[in-house]
Design a binder for this molecule. Structure first.
Ligand code: ASP
Length: 349
């Protein structure tokens, strides 16, 4: 029998879970030791927990790719010494960080579980206690190893790059509309192993380059040519994610298609993602997406906006100046973020 205790590294980045009120009553992040004050139970688990925190603890509204790199570096440097990783993170941009990490870690064979809370851990009704303990249990589990970046929140474990924050009020703050949850926590934690990413054969590779020169253009009825052009003409723009209607539809007026054409002529990669929470972009299902298809806009199928933004930054950063490689990988399934049975050729990505 294996008597070795599993080890988990708990990484604190900030967010409500570790916040206290300052004199004015505003919530401010606090230091890692307070997590243990707030949750002495953490000392009594049957796995070992070490902790790190980012040099700067932030409200996740301040999240940037530099912090993603910091989180990934902590995990990479400690990868061989731990069985799993739990990242405590603000809920606001947790789905972006989970998506970014999923792209950065190729051949991940250990669980990275992000969690946070809607109420600070120090408050009586906080959801943080349950979330941290379940996340730690999942990350330390010896019988079931989930080789993925995930989000645990209010009894559900979601694939990170499929998740979206859906509520600023309820404890059930996250959802994954286009992919089922990977596990559910009740009396027991029930794992749906058939939904996990396969255990990789190759060695871990961590890519840490992101290109921030992208924009998101959310369409709405009545959007003006000036608004669209101002986004499309952003100096040095490399990638544009357009949030379209329904199954990927947009105005068919000339000025709109001309603006996208101008972007494409300038070398901008344009990615079409639906504003709908569930379902997928189907280019050319309606006339209202045919022109975009014709000029070379790439359909994002059922990818979330969070995964689309981070994937665009990740691919542009990983393949600088190699637009064909970025274009070819955008619509393919790299880390389970998109429901496509596609393979990227042997090359590293
Ligand atoms: N503003 C906070 C953050 O995302 C909210 C939270 O943690 O839930 O950092």
């Amino acid at each position: 029998m294996n008597n070795r205790k599993n080890k988990v590294l708990l990484i604190y980045t900030g967010g409500t879970i570790g916040m206290v009120q300052d004199e004015s009553g505003a919530l401010q992040p606090f230091a890692m030791e307070r997590i243990y004050d707030a949750l002495p139970l953490l000392h009594r688990t049957n796995y070992l927990i070490d902790s790190r925190q980012l040099d700067r603890i932030i409200d996740s509204s301040n999240m940037t790719p530099e912090f993603w790199v910091d989180i990934a570096t902590i995990i990479e440097q400690n990868y061989d010494d731990y069985d799993g990783f739990v990242v405590l993170h603000g809920t606001d941009t947790m789905a972006y960080t989970a998506s970014a990490l999923s792209f950065m870690f190729k051949n991940l064979s250990k669980p990275i579980v992000l969690t946070g809370s809607q109420l600070p851990l120090g408050m009586l009704r906080s959801d943080g206690r349950e979330n941290i303990i379940c996340a730690l249990e999942i990350a330390s589990c010896q019988q079931v190893v989930i080789p993925e970046v995930t989000i645990f929140f209010e009894s559900h474990l979601y694939r990170g790059n499929r998740s979206t924050k859906v509520s600023a009020e309820n404890f059930d703050a996250f959802s994954s509309f286009n992919y089922p949850s990977l596990a559910t926590a009740g009396i027991n934690i029930s794992y749906k192993k058939h939904l996990f990413m396969p255990m990789p054969a190759g060695a871990l590779k961590v890519r840490k380059c992101f290109d921030r020169r992208i924009a998101v253009l959310k369409l709405f009825p009545g959007i003006t040519p000036a608004t669209v052009q101002s986004v499309v003409r952003t100096p040095d723009l490399q990638g544009l994610v357009i949030e379209t209607f329904g199954s990927g539809n947009a105005p068919t007026e000339h000025w709109f298609i001309d603006a996208l054409q101008e972007a494409l002529d300038n070398g901008v990669i344009v990615f079409n993602v639906t504003q709908c929470k569930a379902g997928a972009v189907q280019m050319c299902q309606y006339q209202a997406s045919c022109d975009m298809d014709r000029i070379g806009v790439i359909g994002g199928h059922d990818i979330t906006i969070e995964a689309a933004v981070t994937k665009m930054m990740y691919l542009l950063g990983s393949f600088p100046g190699q637009r064909d490689k970025v274009r070819d990988r955008l619509w393919k399934n790299l880390r389970g973020e998109i429901s496509m049975e596609t393979e990227v050729d042997g090359e590293d990505f």
